[in-house]
Design a binder for this molecule. Structure first.
Ligand SMILES: Cc1cc2nc3c(=O)[nH]c(=O)nc-3n(C[C@H](O)[C@H](O)[C@H](O)COP(=O)(O)O)c2cc1C
Length: 207
């Protein structure tokens, strides 16, 4: 059975505008992909391993091309579990609001945990190679403001960053459903959520 991993990076649960849009994705996905299971990883509830000096040192061991052993191997157990969970999925749905023009810290923490040499990418004679092959990703996001004009777009460090980091690990097929602006009036908010829900549903059906 194939698995969609739903990674949530907002703590707002039922109040979340992002998750309202993701709900439409998941509803359409359940109908169009009845043989898939959906696993939820709620980063606002997950106890991610802190990147202590021992764990960071382990990363440098890997970067030097060596294997982890002894104390590094032990320190890395929780990191490896998170990586295995990420790699166990066949496709991804990421639900994240924009925070300070970028992503919430819990998603950045998650990325700092899982994006590791030898696991998600590796070095080759001609540069780096992403190891997360043949996986699709949908990213649902909402923003308080609107980032569609040339002047406002330069402040959007969220979409370019997410494309860069997931592209770096090998995920090339990334589609966005964006609800914006969310914090400039209720009528507009409701309308933009509805528009993003239609896009999200369409993404799910074509997934
Ligand atoms: C800590 C924090 C930082 C935020 N930073 C931005 C920002 O830089 N730009 C923006 O347009 N909205 C920003 N917002 C507003 C949220 O992106 C917006 O309200 C979004 O719809 C929240 O999504 P959620 O309801 O799914 O949590 C921020 C909200 C919070 C709580």
């Amino acid at each position: 059975m194939k698995k969609l991993l739903h990674i949530i990076a907002t703590p707002r649960e039922d109040e979340s505008r992002t998750l309202k849009v993701s709900a439409s994705f998941l509803e359409a996905f359940a109908t169009s992909h009845p043989d898939w299971v959906v696993e939820t990883l709620d980063l606002s509830k997950e106890e991610l391993p802190a990147l202590t000096v021992k764990r960071v040192d382990g990363k440098y061991v890997l970067l030097s091309g060596k294997e982890l052993s002894g104390q590094y191997r032990t320190a890395w157990q929780e990191i490896v579990l998170q990586i295995q969970r990420f790699l166990s999925a066949d496709a991804y749905l990421v639900s994240t609001p924009m925070w300070n023009f970028s992503i919430p810290y819990m998603l950045k923490h998650y990325l700092d945990v899982i994006v590791q040499p030898g696991y998600l990418f590796r070095y080759t004679g001609s540069g780096t190679e992403g190891l997360v092959k043949n996986r699709k990703m949908a990213i649902v996001t909402s923003r308080g403001g609107e980032y569609t004009t040339p002047d406002s777009r330069i402040l959007d460090y969220q979409e370019p960053y997410l494309r860069a980091i997931f592209g770096f690990v090998g995920i090339q097929d990334i589609q966005f459903a964006i609800a914006q602006p969310m914090d400039l009036g209720e009528a507009q908010q409701a309308q933009r959520i509805q528009e993003a829900q239609l896009i999200a549903g369409e993404l799910a059906r074509r997934f």
